[in-house]
Design a protein around this ligand. Structure first.
Ligand code: DHB
Ligand code: FE
Length: 289
């Protein structure tokens, strides 16, 4: 009996996507092609429903602020409330955690010399809720909960200095070892969120780089260790100041079997769409074979 990682899911987290769902705009011409790109993933997830999702995301100064900036923070709570980002909390269910697995991962990864911050109470913002909404849809009123437990794993990609792709990749490998040494039979997916290219401020606001984004997806699938060597300055120059969120995808990718010497994953879905708000949306599902 052992927990095992069965798949990784990658997706952008654009807040306007959450608003489009909450306000019933998903069939409007602007949004329809975006949501169509997530239909295969939703069907896939209904078939391959995990017990736990280890969800790597970034907080946008909602749970944390400039008062306290953890580089890597693992949620060890049983429940996470939805953050109020200025318009009231999104009308989605609170998130149920998995304190036992989270505590085990913290123990294992910290003993492997990664300095995690333990978070026993926090709210979760669009960085975490929009990926859940995209992949699960809105849970029905008579069963108002997400279909699996979630361990939130927050990465600082907002305030410099932010962690390198190389560090994120090594951390993902350690997370794999941690999950695989948990003595309970659990199906675990690892989700990497944020990105793709976008820049929200300054003279380059609105920057999108389709060629770079698609090359990133190619390398994430076929050459993740090489991709992990890309320095920050390239993300910021090519994918914009908020494109740096993509380093989080390397944590999830590094938790897959092939990085530990196993078989290559199967690409179950690949989708790329521009525009969604100010952001290029990328989405990938890799399943273990
Ligand atoms: C947008 C994208 C983000 O990743 C974010 O955190 C906030 C806004 C946008 O496209 O507007
Ligand atoms: Fe963001």
């Amino acid at each position: 009996m052992m927990a095992r990682i069965t798949a990784s899911v990658f997706t952008s987290h654009v807040p306007a996507i959450g608003a489009a769902m909450d306000l019933g705009k998903t069939r409007e011409p602007y949004w329809q092609p975006l949501f169509a790109g997530y239909e295969p993933g939703r069907a896939w997830l209904r078939e391959r429903r995990p017990d736990v999702v280890f969800l790597i995301y970034n907080d946008h100064a909602n749970a944390f602020s400039l008062d306290l900036i953890p580089t890597f923070a693992i949620g060890t709570a049983a429940r996470y409330e939805i953050a109020d980002e200025g318009w009231g909390p999104r009308p989605v269910p609170a998130v149920q955690g998995h304190p036992e697995l989270a505590a085990h991962i913290a123990q294992s990864v910290i003993q492997e010399d990664f300095d995690l911050t333990l978070v026993n109470r926090m709210s979760v913002d669009h960085g975490l809720t929009v990926p859940l909404s995209l992949m699960c849809g809105q849970p029905p009123a008579d069963d108002f909960r997400w279909p699996f437990a979630v361990i939130p794993f927050a990465v600082n990609v907002v305030q410099y200095p932010v962690p390198s792709g190389r560090r994120c990749f090594a951390l993902g490998q350690a997370i794999r070892r941690a999950v695989e040494s948990f003595g309970q039979d659990l199906d675990v997916q690892v989700w990497g969120t944020g990105g793709m290219s976008h820049q929200l401020q300054g003279p380059r606001a609105g920057l999108i780089n389709r060629a770079w984004d698609n090359a990133f997806l190619d390398r994430l699938i076929a050459d993740p260790a090489g991709l992990a060597q890309v320095p920050h300055v390239e993300y910021v120059r090519e994918a914009g100041s908020e494109g740096i969120e993509l380093v989080m995808w390397l944590i999830a990718r590094a938790a897959m079997a092939d990085v530990a010497g196993g078989a290559a994953p199967r690409v179950a879905q690949r989708f790329y769409h521009v525009p969604a708000s100010n952001t290029a949306v990328g989405h990938l599902i890799l399943e273990e074979t």
